[in-house]
Ligand binder design. Structure first.
Ligand code: ADP
Ligand code: MG
Length: 464
């Protein structure tokens, strides 16, 4: 009995890894990291693969998101079942008892409860390493945590690239406030989930309840607001929620991957409001900060990793903290499995070979930078690139910018489309058109290569 359970658990771990690989965007992988700990006791039951969850709402949501992918993953391990089924089980702990996460708000029926997502338990101020790249954001966040709604930092808007600690800092505020003021209602939610709830409320004629719920929140932590770009109707609703919270002196904290003024497809009155409190940026950490973060993570994992190994990681993995954590995890796993082999620099180099390769080709340009450079090169305005005007003098620069965005960034077509205020199909078509043209038009090819160099990148990347 124990044997099979162990077997099932390890199969489940493999499945989780496999599903993660099948997910196309970072957003979805992040979401999965939050959701998978909520699934329990996966087991084969005849032609079914059954997974237990705590609530009915999870049954539908997880079935939608993951059933097919899990089925595919099972097949890759040679297991054919007809269906992956989520079921509610009484003994599955409710959300807030998950070991790695802490529920932001314990529902008390009297107050009308906002939906909230679990927060990472270790995303606290104590575990956040300060450095020049984040000191301003850190200071603002701690001020807000100490006096939610009572500082001029309302709303607090934290922006910066992926994996630089925005979510960590935001959840740290949540943990701190909950600890000092357990009576306060804290709601942590990603914009994507917030939007989904809004859509559900619309469909179920439950707008009144939706509004009341969110307007009772004392601290609203809204993660990844760039997601609301282009969703006009939702923006309207959000604007109202936001204004009523502000009117009641409730605290709002938001994160985004770009500054408010660069939130494309977002109404100006909204981005204007976002800038009325405090806007802070988190930048890429310096070498010293990277090393300090690694030391703190190694300590937290209760592993002694020699300094020269940590230095090697800090020197070689520079793109973002999450990548560095991944590298450290690989080292820690090696030490766990091979306690008797001394960890050398050679072994480290070998273990991190792929990550280091990846760092070298890291595609850190933004679609915005590309559009700006292309516009400048052709002597047209940014607005022209974003317009729907179809004269050839505008179509070519626009399509060149689309082509370069596909080649030089890791953004998905959908994301690129959002930046261009166009559909992913338009971006795909634009990029294809330029690809075909540069094969035969050497002038255009030279132009595109020149722009690529101007962007600080190697034109040979265009042929990959
Ligand atoms: P973002 O939301 O900006 O994409 P996260 O907050 O998810 O990034 O951070 C990614 C990972 O890096 C997390 O595990 C987080 O704990 C870690 N991290 C980022 N910055 C720091 C820091 N200054 N100190 C400690 N850990 C950090
Ligand atoms: Mg985040």
């Amino acid at each position: 009995m124990e044997e099979t359970k162990k077997g099932m658990d390890s199969l489940w771990n493999d499945i989780v890894q496999q599903v993660k690989m099948l997910l196309p965007t970072e957003l979805e992988r992040n979401r999965m990291d939050r959701f998978f700990p909520l699934m329990h006791s996966p087991k084969l039951d005849g032609n079914l693969y059954v997974i237990e969850v705590g609530e009915q709402i999870q049954v539908e949501m997880f079935a939608n998101l993951y059933s097919k992918l899990i089925l595919e993953a099972l097949q890759t391990f040679g297991i054919n079942v007809d269906e992956v089924r989520f079921v509610v089980a009484k003994d599955v702990p409710a959300l807030q008892q998950q070991p790695k996460y802490r529920h932001a708000y314990q529902p008390t029926p009297q107050r009308g409860v906002p939906s909230t997502m679990p927060m990472h338990e270790h995303y606290t101020f104590e575990n956040f390493v300060k450095g020049p790249s984040n000191s301003f954001a850190h200071a603002a966040a701690s001020a807000v945590a100490k006096g939610p709604g009572r500082t001029s930092y309302n709303p607090l808007f934290i922006y910066g690239g992926t994996g630089l600690g925005k979510t960590h800092l935001m959840e740290a505020i949540g943990h701190y406030v909950l600890e000092k003021h357990p009576e306060m209602s804290v709601c942590y939610i990603t914009s994507e989930t917030f939007l989904n709830e809004y859509v559900n409320a619309l469909q179920n004629d439950a707008m009144q309840a939706f509004r009341e719920r969110y307007r009772k929140v004392d601290l609203l932590l809204l993660d990844d607001v760039q997601f609301i770009a282009g969703k006009n109707q939702f923006q309207e609703e959000f604007f109202n929620t936001f204004n009523s919270l502000m009117g009641l002196h409730k605290q709002v904290v938001m994160t985004s991957d770009v500054a408010p003024k660069d939130l494309k497809g977002c109404e100006e009155r909204l981005t204007g409001r976002f800038q009325q409190g405090m806007v802070v940026e988190i930048e890429s950490p310096s070498y010293e900060t990277r090393l300090a973060i690694l030391k703190s993570k190694a300590n937290a994992a209760r592993h002694h990793i020699p300094d020269d190994i940590l230095k090697f990681i800090a020197e070689n993995i520079r793109s973002h903290v999450r990548a560095m954590e991944g590298a450290l995890n690989r080292i820690v796993t090696f030490v766990d499995l091979n306690g008797d082999i001394p960890l050398t620099l050679e072994i480290t180099q070998h273990l991190l070979k792929d990550s280091i390769e990846e760092e070298k080709t890291i595609k850190d340009l933004t679609v915005d930078e590309i559009m700006r450079t292309v516009a400048q090169f052709y002597g047209v305005k940014m607005d022209d690139i974003l317009s729907k005007e179809r004269t050839q003098t505008l179509v070519t620069p626009r399509q060149v910018a689309m082509f370069l965005s596909c080649k030089l960034t890791t953004r998905s077509l959908v994301e690129i489309g959002r930046s261009f205020e166009k559909t992913h199909a338009t971006v795909y078509h634009g990029a294809q058109t330029i690809q075909k043209r540069i094969d035969v038009e050497s002038d255009l090819r030279k132009t595109v290569e020149n722009i690529t160099s101007q962007l600080g990148r190697n034109p040979s990347e265009l042929t990959k």
